[in-house]
Write a protein that binds this ligand. Sequence first.
Ligand SMILES: NC(=O)c1ccc[n+]([C@@H]2O[C@H](COP(=O)([O-])OP(=O)(O)OC[C@H]3O[C@@H](n4cnc5c(N)ncnc54)[C@H](OP(=O)(O)O)[C@@H]3O)[C@@H](O)[C@H]2O)c1
Length: 273
Amino acid sequence: MGMSHGYGPPADKKEMISLIRSAVERGVTLFDTAEIYGPFSNEELVGEALSPLRGQVFIATKFWVNYNAGRETSAEQPSRANQKIHRRFAQTFANRFHRPLLSTSRRSAVPIEDVAGTIKDLIREGKIKHWGLSEAGVKTIRRAHAVQPLTAVESEYSLWWRRPEEELIPTLEELGIGLVPFSPLGKGFLTGSITKDSKFGKSDFRSIVRDLTPKHLQQIRLWWIYLKKRPEQKNAASAQIALAWLLAQKPWIVPIPGTTKLNRLEEILEQQM
Ligand SMILES: NC(=O)c1ccc[n+]([C@@H]2O[C@H](COP(=O)([O-])OP(=O)(O)OC[C@H]3O[C@@H](n4cnc5c(N)ncnc54)[C@H](OP(=O)(O)O)[C@@H]3O)[C@@H](O)[C@H]2O)c1
């Protein structure tokens, strides 16, 4: 996402294609994108980078957030839902992806059973492999899973966002669904690279994170300094500690950290190998 959307101006396309391919060379097999990232330019970037590597990777994309000039708008109309899923899927499959995993996002007026039923048809036709939900509540997850079993649910989960432990994680465990934590590095705040003096540009969504004052940033920093004093962690980078913590929670948790830099990618992978 951060290569095209949300974290300031889009990064250089050629460099990002090279970075994505470097990730595959280093053993990364799952890439997460969404139509809203850009919109579309991130799916195109991921598709272009990975098209020579068909069969070696899984790509997860997300659809269903409506947008106008890049901003989220109102929910989808039920009468157009089925048609939209088919159109959306045809675009994705024809132009961009090999072996897509599809996930739908939150906030929709369409009954989730209708969405799951349409996905079921597409899976039966052999057109998609797996599906999931992003930021869904446990009731929606149960209803969807009853129609077409979910492979994974994507949700924010990290050392600083632990709400999924209340209901989501027990539900996924019961139903045998994987968890894909997004923003596992706390959008960069858990990496130690953001200080109380950090400034974010207008196109960086972190510039509008409410309630995050210089005092909070200083507290996060002090906490990391404390954590890293523990003997078993003193040689680990902060990003590595954040990911190690997630990976230690459950064997079926697959975090998807984001970076635009090779040295950071290598740091992250060193921890996960
Ligand atoms: N389903 C959803 O609603 C949803 C929402 C948000 C995100 N996502 C997905 O989750 C993925 C990851 O989330 P995210 O990018 O928001 O957050 P993240 O992975 O928690 O953090 C990304 C930030 O951390 C920095 N970073 C990465 N590795 C680092 C390291 N080793 N040391 C210091 N800083 C480091 C990156 O900066 P640099 O680029 O400068 O390295 C970037 O600013 C996204 O790419 C997207 O696919 C999904």
